[in-house]
Structures are given as C-alpha cells and as structure tokens.
Ligand binder design. Structure first.
Ligand code: ATP
Ligand code: MG
Length: 419
C-alpha cells in the first residue's frame, strides 16, 4: 500500500469541520477589516524566494522544495506566501491608482523540515498583508485582528511578543554591536551560526539551538539602537496596542527567520504547543516591494500557522459536523424510487437530506438516521404508497405525523426550519 509522504498529512472528515470553521471565522474577520482574497500559485521561480527571504536563512538554505522542471526552469514550492503576494502586487500593478491594499491568502506552504508535532512539510497558513501604509497603526491593526481571531476561536493563553528591527539607518549600528559580541562567543555557536555570524548576524538571534541561545543571553537589544524615526514608530505601535487593551511582551530576541523584515515584528506564542510555541508571526517589510522591482512602498503582514491553530482552538470538530435535517427511510423498490426523487428535490431546495440508496430494512435505516444525527426521518413503505401519505418522525420528541404526498415538499420544508 502506498502511504503519504513523510511530513505531509490528510485532514479527514471529523477534523476538517474545524478547519472549515476556522477558515470561515478568518474570512469573516478579513471582510470586516477590508481585506480581499488573492489566490496565488503554490509554485514560483526559485529566485523569488531567494531574493526575498534571503540566502542565509534556514528556509532558503535547507527547507525549500526546489527542483528543475522538465523544461530546465528552477522552481520552488512556496515556503511562505508574502513573497508571492508581493510579486502579484507588483506584477499586476495593484498599487495603482491606490497603493493601499489589504490582501489575504489561505493555503498550503512547503518546507522540508524535520516532521514533528506542529511541524509538517506541507502545512497551511492564513496570511494577511497591508500594502502602502507607513503608519504603525497598520501593524497594530494586524495584531488586533490576529488576537480577535484567536479570541473567536477560543484560544487561551496567547502571548503577544513585539520587537523592532530598525531600518537601514539604524540597523548597521546594532549589527556592529551584535557582531562584537558574536566575535567573543564565536566558538560556542552552532555550525550554522558560526557560518552566518559575519554575513547575517541577526540570524543568530533567531537560532533555536540551546547553546546559541545561551551564548547570546547578553546580546545587545536592538531597540536601544533605534533611530529617531524607528523609535517614534515603535512608541506609536505600543501606544496603539495599549489603547486597544492589548498586553504585550517586549522581546529583544524576536528577529524572525526571514531577511525582509524591517521595523515592527511580532509573534503570537502559546504554551499549548510545546516546542513549537509560535502560532503566528509577522512584521513590517518596507523595502521588499522595491527590492522585488516595484515602487518604493511600505508593507506589513502576518502569517498564522493553520495546523498549529487547529491544535489549540477550544472548539470541537463535532460541534460543526453537518447532520442531516431529514433522513428518508424507504421500504420496497417503488417507495425507494419515489423517495429518491424527494431526496434530490429536497437537496435542491437547500435542505440537508440523506437516504439509503441500497435495499436495506427499516431497522437498519433507522440506525443510520440515528448514527448520522438526523433531526427528522421521513418514512415510506407499501402502505404509505397506497394511501399517498408518508410519515414524518421527529427524532428528538419521537412524535410522528402523517404527511400527504401532495403537501410533502412544503410540510417538510416548513418543519425543517428551525432545526
Ligand atoms: P518556527 O520558529 O516555529 O520554525 P517560523 O518562524 O519558521 O516558525 P514563519 O515563517 O514565521 O514560521 O511562519 C508563520 C507561522 O507558520 C509560524 O508561526 C507557525 O505557526 C507556522 N509554521 C511555520 N513552519 C511550520 C511548519 N513546518 N509546520 C507547521 N506550521 C508551521
Ligand atoms: Mg521555521
């Protein structure tokens, strides 16, 4: 038997209802906040991710599904959505006439990481981006929206971590200070960090290896190096969060694993996920649109780990499982033929209706109705066929009423409302 690929998974009925519920809530909120969906391909030219995420990152160095296709093109299954959304924003000139665009994407991402709980090779993200807004209020709005979604999904214990990564003006000073420290602890760093510390020292702050974390416990804090503009923005973000009643943790280690971030970065963490503590992350990337060939426009966004979110929501998939409003139990071939017609017509009218299409006894059909949690059962056999009156049983009250064929559609529809 051929099994699925390691790190990939099926989301089956029984669990998928929860995913659908999460997706409905997310879409509803996005609509409220003026976001519009974009659907982008799951594969792009490798170059797009290399240039945006950065060559010295875990994602680009080790995690991408990259291959040469049959025509000789270098392509990659998207490891995240932001790069593709930016590409689409530029390619279709979505900045014109109005640069301000709120866009979202829901879909699968691919990273070849070591599979474990909360870490898969195909995983899903809910991704939101705001283009063309320089104000930190856009960052505050994203964080608010994220927390609101978690609240609606009854996630408890979410913690908001924020940091600023500065800009081209102030980051070099911080980089220099960090490099000084890295030079003194160099021999304690893991292989990756030892290699990256000169080319991309910020990456070391993001390393999860305990020895590296230990070595960097005295690392300078980037917010001590912010220039006037970045300082002002960061203060404004914090003031906005406070006015929205959001408590947050200033986290000097929060640099995020992608190179394109500038200024505000944030992450939502929870204790419920074990080692995989981040359920969502995001931040500003004010230079990326320009770097990928577009106009010099700022942007900010976040990505929620859908799989991790589904693991921590305080909701039960069972609560969202569809139950038939009507189950039709028919005995005998002629009754079944008529019942089949009703079944199709009721479905067409928007009712949730099921029936047994094979030749089964009444007892077995009633069992199915019970198992499916049907609200009502419409019964028809030879006697009912002759009298042209079916029987409708309310499965909760056990009450049964006769329903003449002539008024059947209307009666069933009327009695089904409110279930
Ligand atoms: P981590 O630090 O856990 O590796 P990350 O910083 O690589 O996360 P991002 O690129 O910021 O993750 O992606 C945003 C969110 O996507 C993460 O917070 C997480 O919830 C989710 N995510 C990332 N990688 C995976 C994965 N391999 N499997 C499941 N979810 C993931
Ligand atoms: Mg990662």
């Amino acid at each position: 038997m051929i099994q699925l690929i390691r790190g990939f998974k099926d989301i089956l009925p029984g669990e998928v209802e929860l995913w659908q519920k999460i997706e409905r809530e997310a879409r509803g909120l996005f609509e409220n906040f003026g976001f519009r969906e974009v659907r982008i391909p799951i594969m792009e030219k490798t170059e797009l991710f290399k240039r945006s995420i950065g060559e010295d990152t875990d994602i680009v160095e080790k995690e991408m599904y990259t291959f040469t296709d049959r025509g000789g093109d270098q392509v990659t299954l998207r490891p995240e959505a932001t790069a593709s959304i930016v590409r689409a924003y530029i390619q279709h000139k979505l900045y014109s006439p109005d640069p301000v665009q709120r866009l979202y994407v829901i879909g699968p991402m691919f990273r070849r990481e070591r599979p474990q709980k909360g870490r898969y090779r195909q995983f899903y993200q809910i991704d939101a981006e705001i283009f063309g807004v320089r104000s930190p209020l856009a960052d505050a709005q994203l964080i608010y929206l994220l927390l609101l979604l978690l609240e609606r999904l009854k996630v408890v214990g979410a913690q908001t971590h924020i940091n600023s990564l500065g800009c081209q003006a102030c980051r070099p000073d911080f980089r220099a200070a960090l490099q000084k420290l890295l030079a003194s602890v160099g021999d304690r760093l893991c292989e990756d960090c030892a290699r990256r510390k000169d080319r991309n020292p910020l990456r070391v702050l993001d390393c999860k290896v305990p020895a590296c974390r230990e070595a960097l416990s005295d690392a300078p804090s980037i917010v001590d190096y912010l220039c006037g503009d970045c300082r002002k923005d960061f203060d404004e973000l914090q003031a906005a969060l406070t006015s929205l009643g959001i408590t947050y943790i200033l986290d000097k280690r929060l640099v995020r694993g992608l190179d394109y971030y500038t200024r505000a970065t944030f992450e939502i963490q929870t204790g419920e996920l074990g080692a995989q503590s981040a359920v969502a992350g995001g931040g500003r990337y004010d230079k990326l649109v320009k770097e990928l060939g577009g106009p010099d426009l700022p942007a900010t966004g976040f990505a929620i780990g859908f799989d991790r979110l589904a693991e921590i929501v305080g909701l039960q998939a069972g609560d969202y499982q569809p139950r038939p409003e009507v189950f039709i139990a028919a005995l005998g071939e002629r009754s079944r033929a008529l019942a089949f017609e009703w079944c199709c017509r009721l479905g067409r009218e928007g009712l949730r209706v099921e029936m047994e299409l094979g030749d089964k006894g009444l007892k077995s059909q009633m069992k199915s109705a019970d198992r499916l949690g049907a609200a009502q059962v419409l019964m028809i056999g030879d006697k009912e066929l002759e009298e042209k009156v079916a029987i409708l049983r309310n499965m909760q009250t056990k009450e049964q009423i006769p329903v003449p064929f002539g008024t059947l559609m209307e009666t069933v529809r009327r009695l089904t409302k409110g279930h």
